[in-house]
Design a protein around this ligand. Structure first.
Ligand code: ZN
Length: 328
């Protein structure tokens, strides 16, 4: 089970044999490079560079991959009809590589990074073709996520047949370290524990450490700018109002109202029992924070409902602020 621990890695040898084999063949852009797509992209990104506007516009180089994407309908009949090519797709070699990794227990996947190289600008009217190769497979690596292999594919994007850019995309296919810590129990006769899955932990960093130190002492601390006295939440290194970086704290009274809320039914998350309500709570001091709403059935939660702060010991070493709808 899982990635074999032997130092001589037979799997790696088999994976490495895929280097240089095709990942995608015969790809054709669904649309030629065109002004409307460039304009939508620039509006979405907020890029007002004049090079991407007007009659001599070029496409933003970072759009490279966009021209190769199949969209919601995928690379299907449209391609064949307009260009007479077969549909591009993942090659059998790429599928075989994935199958090999899956069989070895590396069933999880995460995209790690992407590199692009631009060789010539793309202009409206350029017709896009592309293919991709399995460029490299790394030796077995152990990361915080688990142990597995980095697989890099390189897509070559051509405009009217001329290489315009390359897009390298790297993933990690791995056996989850999380999965090994809490293995799935196959014995149906054993009683399942109510919560075998740990509650997600807050990410504590230099900016918010003071807040969580307060929570540990059962105090809800709001940051206050020492220059202009503006209160702020969540915790930040500087003041959004005056830009000042000095701050102290005030302790919240714990009174608040539900400013907005959601009742979570889906997706299921192992550490939680749906349905449950998560509120955006407006504190009496004026700032808002996201927290669980407890004490009343989730369907009874309403905008404007008064709530009262409570500290809940979720796990032995995890205290979280929640808001109780009964105690207001
Ligand atoms: Zn300020």
């Amino acid at each position: 089970m899982g990635v074999p621990p032997e130092p001589d890695d037979d799997l790696y040898v088999r994976l490495k044999a895929f280097e240089g084999r095709p990942a995608v063949t015969g790809g054709t852009g669904k649309d030629p490079v065109n002004g409307p797509m460039i304009r939508h992209w620039c509006e979405a990104i907020g890029d007002e560079n004049p090079a991407y506007q007007g009659p001599d516009a070029i496409a933003p180089p970072t759009m490279l991959q966009a021209w190769t994407m199949g969209g919601l309908s995928g690379h299907g009949h449209g391609n064949r009809r307009s260009h007479g090519h077969g549909r591009p797709g993942r090659s059998s070699a790429y599928d075989a590589l994935f199958a090999l990794l899956d069989e070895a227990g590396c069933t999880s996947v995460v995209a790690t990074d992407c590199e692009q190289e631009y060789l010539r600008p793309l202009r409206p009217g350029d017709r896009i073709t592309f293919d991709a190769v399995i460029e490299s497979v790394s030796p077995r690596k152990t990361t915080k996520l688990g142990t597995g292999y980095f697989v890099t594919t390189r897509m070559d994007v051509r405009a009217d047949g001329e290489l315009a850019g390359t897009h390298r995309f790297r993933i990690l296919k791995y056996a989850s370290a999380e999965g090994r810590r809490t293995p799935v129990r196959a014995h149906s006769h054993t009683r399942p524990q109510p919560h075998p899955h740990p509650h997600p932990r807050p990410v504590i960093n230099r900016d918010n450490a003071g807040f969580w130190a307060g929570v540990a002492e059962r105090k809800l601390l709001i940051q206050r700018c020492t220059h202009c006295a503006t209160l702020r939440f969540p915790w930040l290194p500087g003041c959004n109002h005056c830009g000042g970086d000095g701050w102290d704290t005030v302790e919240a009274t714990g009174h608040g109202t539900v400013f907005s809320y959601v009742v979570m039914h889906h997706p299921p998350f192992p550490a939680f029992d749906p349905p449950y309500a998560v509120g955006l709570i407006e504190l009496a001091e004026g700032v808002r924070m996201v927290a669980g709403v407890v004490g009343v059935p989730p369907e009874k939660v309403r905008v404007g409902m008064p709530v009262r702060l409570e500290f809940r010991t979720v796990e032995e070493d995890l205290v979280l602020p929640v808001f109780d709808g009964r105690q207001a």
